[in-house]
Design a protein around this ligand. Structure first.
Ligand SMILES: *[C@@H]1O[C@H](CO)[C@@H](O)[C@H](O)[C@H]1NC(C)=O
Ligand SMILES: *[C@@H]1O[C@H](CO)[C@@H](O)[C@H](O)[C@H]1NC(C)=O
Ligand SMILES: *[C@@H]1O[C@H](CO)[C@@H](O)[C@H](O)[C@H]1NC(C)=O
Ligand SMILES: *[C@@H]1O[C@H](CO)[C@@H](O)[C@H](O)[C@H]1NC(C)=O
Ligand SMILES: *[C@@H]1O[C@H](CO)[C@@H](O)[C@H](O)[C@H]1NC(C)=O
Ligand SMILES: *[C@@H]1O[C@H](CO)[C@@H](O)[C@H](O)[C@H]1NC(C)=O
Ligand SMILES: *[C@@H]1O[C@H](CO)[C@@H](O)[C@H](O)[C@H]1NC(C)=O
Ligand SMILES: *[C@@H]1O[C@H](CO)[C@@H](O)[C@H](O)[C@H]1NC(C)=O
Ligand SMILES: *[C@@H]1O[C@H](CO)[C@@H](O)[C@H](O)[C@H]1NC(C)=O
Length: 560
């Protein structure tokens, strides 16, 4: 535990860093989070989580290095937290908003997140991270725009559209979370920006975008669902992939793109067809649907001079069971090494062609029965939330009584499934190789807070050291969420340059909630305050530290 003076020095250093960034704007947001029974896409009432009355929630429109302050008023009837998917929270896991980093915001109270979108650009989302609330909404788009001094590697589009697509259940999220088991809960609908498919009901709106012939538009596309990967396409139009989760990609032209749970892309679409209306669709992967199924999201691309409504059959896509199509497309998503992103130097300056790996971590995502309860497991350990956030325990008592680094086997599977508080360690600036192995028959996707993964390989069956021969170390794309195909593996490299306590999780909501997660504690034994921010002055305490608010300036725990 650092001394009082040490903390003051930390805070001074932090504020000096803030002040030095004179061009940064402060984005102040007030969010009223509530549950609304009238906003659902189905005809029956169900609770939907809204922000300032909106579903999906409002756009956070930031520019690299801006300071974002979000004062969240929790008007739900239970605790909540927001997490900022893909925002790296540099040196600042205090603001990450997951159960291992923050005490929940209690109902009827408010709490202000303050973070810098440091050295990032790109397309991201936010969503509620606890209590299965994501099933009921509460998600929204985040854009981090380039500073004007840095060139964007494509001409400025006519307009940008945020497009959040995801599967949706008509059930009350509280009923779903209390009834979770082995069976797959098939969703009821696929939504576009919270709206039901075109043609579903005259009394419910569908999503539509108006374009002018000859112009080019940027769609910021995200999968905010809970279980389904989807294939996205627009009738007769092609799309150029330009960005994913904060990386500019080599620009490739596609007829359709697969987007997995938790992922985001920017695609450019040029209105180069006849004046008319065209279907925009998203069909689930690894699932059979017919055109009129509510599980096919349907919106409209409307040309300003179009005279007739959309009609005819939906644009055809790949066979939803064709894994090869999807894997081949995934391998073709590459980093543009020469494009600058958040910083003036090109992305390729940080390439992985010659790095020294300190550790190989192999994580098997699977399922198990523990004490007669269905759970999801990583290496046969199912994460269980301690009442004290790991980050607080780490900072004040070096984890004592809450967690110990090293309980999770990092490259083998326990012979019996158990519950555990899984924390793996890593030293600042080490490179780790992480292999995600999917032991189940459905798609999975993994996400690490605080970082971008260098996605070096996808393969079938069990990974072995020989699998390294197939890696792409030349121009792997960097992103924060990566898919893992059924019965297959995905390998990423991670450069541990961001000390803190970081959540590594399945983005599939049920798997996450039932234990397919762990934390990575990235530590540096040098207490140089430039390396990690001190706790914020509004730090909430809970668990072994009680529920007394920390005194301003010098937070101290209140044991007991
Ligand atoms: C987002 O911010 C950028 C840069 O300040 C601005 O040009 C743009 O109009 C904003 N977009 C929206 C939708 O607010
Ligand atoms: C709660 O909101 C008020 C403004 O309405 C603000 O002054 C206060 O700092 C907020 N509390 C926290 C813990 O962020
Ligand atoms: C990569 O970025 C550069 C520089 O911005 C751009 O000129 C080039 O077209 C991009 N290459 C590809 C393949 O997208
Ligand atoms: C999906 O449809 C195909 C035929 O189009 C059929 O062969 C396959 O068995 C179906 N799969 C499932 C799981 O229903
Ligand atoms: C998928 O690709 C692999 C090798 O890349 C090939 O062996 C296999 O036959 C392909 N499967 C299908 C269904 O095309
Ligand atoms: C990647 O970095 C290595 C140095 O580690 C350098 O030799 C190589 O040219 C770089 N590759 C690219 C594509 O920039
Ligand atoms: C690659 O790494 C090796 C050993 O780690 C080192 O000797 C060599 O200089 C590196 N090459 C480049 C181009 O950085
Ligand atoms: C914190 O605990 C770890 C073991 O989990 C130990 O290696 C380390 O020395 C401890 N650090 C301090 C400052 O006590
Ligand atoms: C995981 O644990 C279960 C029992 O809990 C066991 O049946 C299974 O074999 C274990 N998995 C491995 C790979 O050892």
């Amino acid at each position: 535990m650092g001394s009082f003076h040490h903390r003051i020095r930390c805070m001074l250093a932090f504020f000096t860093i803030l002040l030095a960034r004179t061009s940064a704007a402060i984005i102040d947001l007030q969010w009223d989070v509530a549950s609304d029974d009238t906003r659902g896409p189905s005809l029956a009432a169900q609770p939907v989580i809204t922000i300032n009355g909106k579903f999906p929630g409002p756009l956070i429109n930031a520019t690299t290095n801006d300071i974002v302050r979000v004062n969240v008023f929790n008007n739900l009837d239970e605790p909540m937290l927001f997490t900022w998917n893909g925002i790296q929270q540099r040196l600042n896991s205090w603001q990450d908003g997951v159960s291992g980093t923050n005490c929940a915001i209690k109902p009827g109270t408010n709490w202000t997140y303050v973070f810098v979108v440091k050295d990032q650009i790109g397309t991201f989302t936010y969503f509620p991270s606890i209590n299965y609330q994501k099933l009921a909404g509460g998600f929204g788009p985040i854009r981090v725009n380039n500073r004007i001094v840095i060139n964007v590697p494509f001409p400025k589009p006519e307009a940008e559209f945020d497009l959040l697509i995801g599967d949706w259940s008509f059930n009350n999220y509280k009923d779903v979370r209390s009834g979770l088991g082995a069976s797959i809960d098939v969703p009821d609908m696929m939504l576009m920006n919270g709206k039901s498919p075109y043609g579903y009901s005259k009394s419910k709106p569908y999503e539509s975008f108006t374009v002018t012939k000859g112009k080019t538009y940027r769609f910021r596309l995200s999968n905010v669902g809970t279980i389904f990967s989807f294939n996205f396409r627009i009738g007769k139009h092609k799309m150029v992939v330009v960005e994913t989760e904060g990386s500019y990609t080599k620009q490739i032209t596609l007829d359709s793109i697969d987007v997995h749970v938790g992922q985001s892309y920017s695609v450019l679409v040029t209105a180069d067809q006849d004046d008319a209306d065209y279907y925009i669709v998203a069909t689930p992967k690894l699932f059979n649907t017919t055109d009129d199924s509510p599980l096919v999201a349907k919106g409209v691309l409307h040309y300003t001079n179009s005279g007739s409504p959309v009609g005819g059959s939906l644009p055809p896509g790949p066979d939803p069971w064709d894994i090869n199509f999807s894997v081949n497309q995934a391998r073709s998503i590459r980093w543009n090494l020469t494009a600058g992103a958040a910083r003036p130097n090109p992305q390729g300056t940080f390439n992985v062609s010659n790095v020294t790996l300190s550790e190989t971590i192999i994580l098997h995502g699977s399922e198990a029965i523990i004490n007669r309860v269905y759970r999801n497991v990583v290496n046969n350990v199912s994460y269980i939330n301690p009442v004290t956030p790991l980050k607080l325990a780490d900072y004040y008592v070096n984890g004592t009584g809450v967690f110990q680094v090293g309980h999770l086997p990092i490259d083998s599977v326990k012979p019996f499934a158990v519950y555990g508080v899984s924390v793996v360690g890593g030293a600042h600036k080490e490179w780790h190789e992480i292999v995600f192995q999917n032991e189940l028959t459905r798609m999975d996707s993994w996400h690490l807070d605080g970082y971008g993964f260098y996605v070096v390989g996808f393969g079938d069956g069990e990974w072995s050291p020989k699998s390294r021969d197939s890696y792409n170390l030349y121009d792997p794309v960097v992103r924060s969420t990566v898919q893992v195909y059924p019965g297959g593996w995905t390998t990423v490299y991670v450069f541990l340059d961001n000390p803190g306590m970081w959540n590594l999780r399945s983005q599939l909501l049920k798997k996450w909630y039932l234990g397919q997660e762990l934390y990575v504690k990235v530590h540096d034994d040098d207490p140089n305050p430039a390396k990690e921010n001190p706790p914020p002055e509004n730090l909430l305490l809970c668990g072994i530290f009680g529920e007394i608010k920390a005194p301003s300036g010098a937070p101290e725990p209140q044991p007991g």
